[in-house]
Design a protein around this ligand. Sequence first.
Ligand code: HEC
Length: 111
Amino acid sequence: MNKSSLLILCIVFLFSCSKDKVESYPNINCNQEVSFSQDVLPLINQECTGCHDNQNGYSLTNYENISANSKAIIGAMRANNYQLMPQGGPMLPDSVIQLMECWVNQGKPNN
Ligand code: HEC
């Protein structure tokens, strides 16, 4: 194997590692099981879907698109690398944001 193919292998390896890095929120204490249908979906419906039903860059309407965008959702709720959402604030209560973070920590169950 020559040097450049080795280099390409290394890059591919590094890239796949960072891509597979599990999203989790280690500082959150999740002592109860979060339900997607009972907790997460009603929260997103109430706070986000009015503006993100296929508008404003994100569709947040069902399990598939909410789980695929969970990092952006939490980032926006915490104004961490994303604009604060709900747009114009105020920031949601910490307990509400933690619900989302716990759901992610618990592996984003479709329950
Ligand atoms: C009142 C309407 C409104 C509500 C409610 C709202 N959004 Fe948004 N959201 C927007 C608009 C408009 C943009 C696009 C802003 C822009 O591009 O300047 C946006 C952008 C975003 C972005 C991308 C931000 C970025 O910095 O890239 C995310 C993520 C997002 N919203 C998530 C959410 C979540 C999660 C909620 C619920 C907690 C929510 N939004 C509630 C209107 C809203």
